[in-house]
Design a protein around this ligand. Structure first.
Ligand code: PLP
Length: 396
């Protein structure tokens, strides 16, 4: 009944847990939600005002498919200022979220049977977007001991004549870790040697801690830039997940193909959101540092609390808003005749017994871990961690 394509993929597992937690909450259960993948801050007032002005001015019609020029110019200026990257308007596309830009890339460059390298643990949409475009996800395992950065020898060993691209995500969802320049240089060297594309998802660029500086792999040298499509957006930096504005920058011919594809699917992103996006990028930026300071407080508290739980081990994230502790020491244990054999067993146990929602690492390709988002208040984090500690204490 359904297409082969539709049967190849599954609904986003992060959204599934969120839905179950919301249903329990609707039934009056007090849930602490560590499952969410979006900032718990409101979109800044100046950005909302720009949207209201766009509405009042009647800026409510179709725009150019790939975005209005003032927004493209603001994006060009952002790349120049933040990443030392120079692009022209023809090298920029604005889409309905970074996810949509990533999908357009997949549509534009993958042919049936192409292999796409995806470091694992990965963000949930990379494999499924690859499958939806008849390409094959090839996972590159990364390890906690390497701060989840690609080992160059593993990368090289996974490359075949079918390999088309490597997807990079730094700062990373789910691990919260960021790539350093040396590793990026090594990765870029291998990718260039084999003439692959790099798809660099930099949506958490503005959210880094402990002095870690985000580096765009495209900025390493002009040769790398020519093979890289950088994806970014406003959802995470400006608490604008619902506005659906993301963008990509890359070689002119790829951006043109993406724009053609977008012209036959969604057309332009919302005209109103585009006006708001110009204000986000060009207006005052102090919102970001305030949000970041709050995330940082929560990060340090959450990670120290998680590490104080016997059997749990959590690296200190240097970016995004996720903690990704190793929980494998709990597998094989049980409570009240309930066996915990995997990250999803553990997540379900914690949801039902501790009323804490989080995402099992299996959803991201590594069952040894769970993901906790700290887009929650410090009080909630404290309450949630206490509940987790107690529930895990009951396992034997
Ligand atoms: C949230 C997220 C996105 C999608 O962002 P939108 O702009 O809201 O589509 C892309 N990549 C990663 C890794 C994310 O966590």
């Amino acid at each position: 009944m359904f297409s082969d394509r539709a049967r190849k993929i599954k609904p986003s597992p992060t959204l599934a847990i969120d839905a179950k937690a919301k249903a329990m909450k609707a039934n009056g259960i007090d849930i602490v939600n560590f499952g969410v993948g979006e900032p718990d801050f409101d979109t800044p007032e100046n950005i909302k005002e720009a949207a209201i002005k766009a509405l009042k001015d009647g800026f409510t019609k179709y725009t150019a498919v790939g975005g209005i020029d003032p927004l493209k110019d603001a994006i060009i200026e952002k790349f120049r200022k933040d990443n030392n990257l120079n692009y022209t308007r023809e090298e920029i596309i604005v889409s309905c979220g970074a996810k949509h830009s990533l999908y357009n890339i997949a549509q534009a460059i993958y042919s049936p049977g192409d292999e796409v390298l995806i470091p694992s643990p990965y963000w949930v949409s990379y494999p499924d977007q690859t499958l939806l475009n008849d390409a094959i996800p090839v996972f590159i395992k990364t390890y906690e001991a390497d701060s989840f950065m690609i080992k160059p020898e593993i990368l090289e060993s996974r490359i075949t004549s079918k390999t088309k691209a490597l997807i990079l995500n730094s700062p990373s969802n789910p691990t919260g870790l960021t790539y350093d320049r040396r590793t990026l240089e090594k990765v870029a060297e291998i990718v260039l040697k084999h003439n692959l594309y790099i798809i660099s998802d930099e949506i958490y660029e503005k959210l880094t801690y402990d002095g870690f500086e985000h580096i765009s792999i495209a900025s390493i040298d002009p040769g790398v830039k020519e093979k890289t499509i950088v994806v970014n957006g406003l959802s995470k930096s400006y608490a604008m997940t619902g506005w659906r504005i993301g963008f990509a920058a890359g070689p002119k011919d790829i951006i043109k193909a993406m724009t053609n594809i977008q012209s036959q699917s969604t057309s332009n992103p919302s005209s109103i959101s585009q006006k708001a996006a110009v204000e986000a990028l060009k207006g005052p930026q102090d919102f970001i540092s305030a949000m970041l300071a709050e995330f940082d407080r929560r990060r340090r508290f959450l990670v120290s609390q998680l590490n104080s739980i016997p059997g749990m081990r959590c690296l200190t994230p240097t970016g995004a808003f996720y903690a990704f502790p190793n929980t494998s020491s709990f597998y094989g244990k049980s409570a009240e005749n309930r066996q915990i054999a995997s990250s999803s067993d553990l997540a379900l146990y914690l949801l039902e017994k501790a009323n804490v929602a989080l995402v099992p690492g299996g959803a991201f390709g590594d069952d040894h871990f769970i993901r906790l988002s700290y887009a929650a208040s410090l009080d909630d984090i404290k309450k949630g961690v206490d509940r987790i500690r107690e529930a895990l204490d009951n396992l034997s």
